[in-house]
Design a protein around this ligand. Sequence first.
Ligand SMILES: [Zn+2]
Length: 465
Amino acid sequence: MKTITMRQIAIFTLLTVTGSAQNIYAEQQRGNIYDRNNIPLAESSVDGVRQYSSGESISHIVGYFAENKGRYGLEKIYEKELAGGNNLTLALDSRLQNIAYASLKASAQSGAVIAMKVDSGEVLAAVSVPGLPLTNFVKGISQQQWTSLLEDQTKPLLNKAVQQAVPPGSLFKFVTAFSALENNLITEETMLDCNEVYTVGEKEFRCWRHQGHGKINLKQAIALDCHVFFYQLAEQLGIDKLVQTAKELGLGSKTGITLLYEKKGIIADKESRELIKKKLPWNKVNTILVGVGQGYNLVTPIQIARLTTTIASSGKTFTPLLVNKITDSNDQTIKQYHPEIISDLGSKNNIFSTLQKGMETVANNKFHQLFRKKYPEISVAAMGGVSQVFVPEEYRDKRADDLPWEYRNHRWFSCYTPAKNPQIVITVFIDHGGKKGPLSAEAVALDILDKYLPTEENYKNSVIQ
Ligand SMILES: [Zn+2]
């Protein structure tokens, strides 16, 4: 396929408009896109060729400009402003974006990372691996290159930060816990019994721990990732209350981040499309599976990052803020965007405090041990999850490591730090596991924090400039 390069377009434009005032766009150089520290992410050189300094790492956010028009990402969304010569300044920190992309890419073939500022919902990083080969798009992509991108099983054309919805796994236990506390089904102290097996009608469901966990409270159930504890809560709450709480916490709807094609995920209720398709009524089994994050519910990485921010901030749900301001060529601000709180559950402060304690208790795992070794005085709070992938019959006797990539489970990890004065949330999603085994998502989060955070001495005051 014959393609036209950006340079050819620039020359063509120059030839057609020289000496005439007909085309204002062509005389006005396209505006630049900067990160929060004024580092250029997209800029036009003198001959009009668009340069993307962070390349693949930021491709799904900034997008690209080709054939004289913004075609994807912010280049497309803000076409009018950029074409008119105005500049965008993002909330994004390109240093963190590049660190997160490199960390994820080293550990996984496919996945997403989001970093959010807890007090404002500003998006400091939003990474999707693999990124787009921007140079090819800017030059003009061939049919062959396009077909190979379409057929790639790691789906490079998908912005997984906002467009991939999968079951939340154990992360949903925080919603179930919130619902149980909010509806006064239990208190922080209530002890429930896990004796490994939980029965619904004739069906048996097992905790992951052989012989069960015995009598435990909520904090322990979170720390131990017990299933039976949450099966009990879910069955007693019923699906309607679980749905209500999930929606209250911002799941099941778009977050409103200014990116294209965001998915809203699914919070399944009695009218679940999946069941209607199968002509089956909603039952208790569906409810308890939802309660531990393995049912019909689907969430996106940006939703989980925002949920983590809501927990860390004791109830504030923000619209994730990606663009901070638009300025003209004289650096005068034309439009300033402000953090937008869409709901504040501050009155339920005590419930959030219980969830926070649960997330800090998860601190006994390897992630926290490694984090503490590096930053002995700084606390961290975290939650992890596995979302199960359907495995065809012929592969069911295989060990996880021996399964083909596409049948391995997805992995989630979301954390905030410092636990006592939360500033930053990091959410990691890895499509079909990762190269580093069961702790792959934790390892990515740790690697990012390790490379991004300053030394402990100045950490507390300078996590984010
Ligand atoms: Zn258990």
